[in-house]
Design a protein around this ligand. Sequence first.
Ligand code: ATP
Ligand code: MG
Length: 385
Amino acid sequence: MSTGTPRTFNIVCIPGDGIGVDITDAATQVLTTLATTFGTFNLKFDTVDWSSKNYKQRGYYAPEGGVEGLKKYDAIYFGAVGWPDVPDHISLWQMILPIRTTLNQYANVRPTRILPGTVSPLSACVADPSLLNWVIVRENSEGEYSGHGGTTPSTAHAAHTVATEVSIFTRVGIERIVRFAFETALHRPRKLLTMVTKSNAQRHGMVLWDAIFYEVAREYDGRVKYDKMLVDAMTVRMVNRPESLDTIVATNLHADILSDLAAALSGSIGIAPSSNLDPTRAFPSMFEPIHGSAPDIAGQGIANPVGAFWSAAEMVRWLAGADGASNNEGVVEGAGVGNMVEAADLLMQAIANVTERGVKTKDLGGKSNTKEVTDAVCEEISKVY
Ligand code: ATP
Ligand code: MG
């Protein structure tokens, strides 16, 4: 263990709606246990109530200056936001996208593995689904989510209404995410990167992606193996040959879709984590499970907290790279600040031990509730340490 005064990290939690609240509580309990067990770092939590209920009452999710105010924290922990009585695009455009853009979180990283004791739907069609071990790198700042476009209604002839949805791809935006993905691949054992586009059908932005990918690839020749897939063919490869993939980089929309598929293939959307990273570390990064607020099971105490714990582990791993302990793309070599790389690994081990023991929620075929899984992971942290 490192010596000296433990570094304190200030985390702001945005629990949001529905099961977002339950799993954020569970994640802070697990993180507090982890920090106390290690004693080499401290985590201090603040909470803001930027929920759909508040949107209904006050007309906004984040108050004026709220997103700017996030800059004073070391990291953001996000639960889930959205409720049936507020259209989905409102929370996305009023809160989530402003956070990502204001805080330069241009890389969205989504690991997928099959945890011990869980069953993948792939078991039916591939020899060894445990070979599924991917990281999807999603471009998180532009592309299909640019918001540009418009609708030209035709009052005389409704059938003539035209809507355009403009995807904006910039050289800077593509190059930085491609470089980030190559660094991610380089620091994983298999050193293998697959780039996904649709450049046979979309002749401008997707062609630029391909061109920039091969430019950046030259810097990694001999160090990272790489290939290119069309997004439609990629969905087939993910199901039929999961072992042929490792790191995957794709646009905002394509990677969003592929990562939901990846989560389903790993057994449940409830286990999948994601990190919204500012690789320059100028601003705090944000960590959240990929699932939504799941109104159908909200308030029942049965949400699977594993995706929330895995996201918490990714947050700890990211914070390990504070104070210059990481390269330009955020990759941490060695133990990092306060042995936090070890702490993140230990949390992942604790989660795996708990799923292996069969302490699982219903979505994974188990009988445990959120609290039972949370307590088991906390117990396991102290046991494994
Ligand atoms: P939102 O609009 O916030 O995205 P949603 O209901 O559209 O919410 P998700 O919340 O992602 O989408 O989930 C889809 C379904 O998957 C849920 O209805 C729920 O049954 C299940 N689910 C999602 N997350 C979990 C979880 N953590 N534990 C158990 N089941 C989950
Ligand atoms: Mg949804």
